[in-house]
Design a protein around this ligand. Structure first.
Ligand code: XBP
Ligand code: MG
Length: 252
């Protein structure tokens, strides 16, 4: 079957959003609310085991703050903290504070020119995706993606495959005609669970993750003047990922 569609994760894949966006935004929201919660880079790496910001805050309290006495309206408090965190994240992204990873813009432009269909499948909040695309990729670029499947639109977040199934159903495509792009173990569990061949680009938070089953694991997508490094999987003998690379990977 020919390659027809590319499905992209956002956080860690399109940009280092966890390091540059989500973690600082969570900490700002906690400080604004007068809470003594603070997530340093090492703790945040562990908290990333749980996807979804609201789910992550609840996990933090359950696992790391057994002393914390939850008020009866704890769930509402988490929802409000999450709204504040989303506002901080949006402000960071809107000021261009979250750059795209190497090769992302080039590959998206090439894929569009080649007629490949594009979609997003992420656990983050939809407005985080649009603000990132508009400010890091460019105005109007959210329209490059036929479907932006994000956040609470499916009840079970990654590692459940639901968000990928949702995106493929909306596009009317089958897994065999798609490639997924991911950066994390929860991400690849979701994409493989949906039957998708998956290309991984790692980042500092995910270097040690288990990427068994990935078609290829790369340092990043690379650029003609800044080659990427292959860590595991198919060796296509190329220094950067372009549409020809994707077609070859998909055909294996
Ligand atoms: C990334 C996540 C998200 C973000 C926070 O998922 O796990 O939870 O860290 O997002 P993906 P929200 O890599 O699949 O995009 O706070 O908006 O939930
Ligand atoms: Mg990710």
């Amino acid at each position: 079957m020919t390659l027809n569609a590319l499905l992209f994760d956002v956080d860690g894949t399109l940009a280092d959003t966890e390091r540059d966006g989500h973690r600082p935004a969570f900490n700002q929201a906690f400080a604004d609310a007068g809470l003594d919660w603070h997530w340093d880079a090492a703790l945040y790496g562990k908290l990333l085991a749980v996807t979804g910001g609201k789910e992550r805050m609840k996990h933090y309290i359950d696992q790391y703050r057994p002393d914390y006495v939850k008020a009866p309206d704890f769930d509402d408090m988490v929802v409000n903290l999450h709204k504040a965190k989303t506002r901080h994240y949006s402000a960071l992204a809107a000021h261009g504070g979250i750059p795209l990873r190497p090769g992302v813009k080039r590959l998206l432009e090439e894929a569009r020119a080649a007629g490949l269909r594009l979609a997003i499948a992420t656990t983050t909040t939809p407005e985080n995706v649009t603000v990132l695309l508009e400010h890091s990729l460019g105005p109007g670029t959210q329209d490059w993606f036929e479907v932006i499947a994000a956040g609470d639109i499916v009840p079970a977040k990654k590692p459940a495959p639901d968000i990928y199934f949702y995106a493929m159903e909306k596009m009317g495509v089958s897994p065999a005609e798609c490639l997924a792009f991911e950066d994390s173990e929860n991400g690849i569990r979701a994409s493989l669970g949906a039957g998708l061949k998956t290309l991984i680009t790692v980042n500092d938070y995910t270097l040690d993750h288990d990427f068994s089953g990935a078609a290829v694991v790369l340092s990043d997508l690379g650029e003609p003047d800044a080659p990427c490094r292959r860590i595991a999987g198919a060796d296509l003998g190329r220094a950067f990922v372009d549409v020809a690379y994707l077609r070859a990977l998909h055909a294996i």
